[in-house]
Design a protein around this ligand. Sequence first.
Ligand SMILES: [Zn+2]
Length: 321
Amino acid sequence: MDLSGFPNTEAEFRAQFADDNRCREYLARLKWPEGFRCAHCAGDRAYFLPSKRVVYECAGCGRQVSVIAGTIFEQSKKPLVLWFRALFEITASKQGISAAELQRKLGLGSYQTAWSWLTKIRTAMVRPNRQPLSGEVEIDESYVGGPEPGKPGRAAEDKAIVAAAVEKRGQGCGRVRLGVIANVSADVLTAFVGSHLGDGETAHTDGWRGYAQLGKTGYRHIVSVLSKLDQTAAEVLPRVHLIFSLLKRWILGTHQGSVSLKHLDGYLEEFTFRFNRRRARRITHGAERLLGIAMTTPPCPFWKMVGRLRPQGKARLAVAA
Ligand SMILES: [Zn+2]
C-alpha cells in the first residue's frame, strides 16, 4: 500500500485494514518512511516476527524493535485492527462519540477500556510544532461550568476557565486553539496568547486589563471596550463567542453535559481537532491524520502543554448551555 493511497471511504478503510498484518505493515511504513533502518547497527533489513505480533528483528544485529513502542498503542494487547476501527469511528462521526458508544461499536469488553482508548486517542489529536495562528485573531475566555449564583463574570471561582483564540478569515473562522487556564491574570493570558499566536500578528480582545500587556509584547492589539461601544460581546468578538457556544453545545450533546475537569484538556483538544478539520472532504481524513501524529510522536501528557495550571475545584462540571 502506498502511503499517499490512504483509503477514502469506510468500505475502503475496512478492506485495507482488514487484519492485524495490514495494520502493522501500515504502521511500519509510517515509522520507517524511507525503509527500515536499525537504530543500533544502521542495518536496512529486518524480519517480522509473527509470534510477537508487532516486532521486527534486525537482520544485521538481531535487535528487536516494536513498531508501536512509544505510541498510544504501546501498552495494549488488543488487535491493531480494533484500534484502527476506533480511530475511524471517533473521527468519522461529525460530533464524535462517547466512551459507551465506542464500547458498543467495537464490542469492547469493558467501558473502562473504551474510555481509556478515547483518552489516549485524544493525545494524538495534538500535532507537535503546530503553526502558530496568524492574521487577526479574536481572543477571549469563558467559564466551562454552570453559572454560579451571585458570582457572575470573571469573579466566579471553582470553575474551569477556558481561553480561546480563533483566526478571523473573512466573515468566518480559521483555525482555533483552546486551553484551560488557571486564572485571567495578565501573566496567564499573555502566556496563552504567546503560545498560540505568531509574533507580530494581531490580537483582538475586549478591554479586560489582563490583555493590556499584549501591545507591548510584539503583537498588534485591537481592543474593543464593550461599555463604550453599546454592543454585546458576541457582536464585537463574534467568532470566539461562536467557538464557546459550539464547545458548550458539543459537551452537552456528545458528552451529556458532564466532563471530568481532570480531563477537560483532552476534550478541548478533541474539539479543536474536529473544528480545524471541519471542512475535510474524506471521511477517513481524521483517521489518517491521527495515525500520522500517533506514529511520529510519543504520547504527549496533557500536563506538558501550555496553561497546565488547573483551578482547584469540583471534579466534575455541569456545563451550562
Ligand atoms: Zn541492527
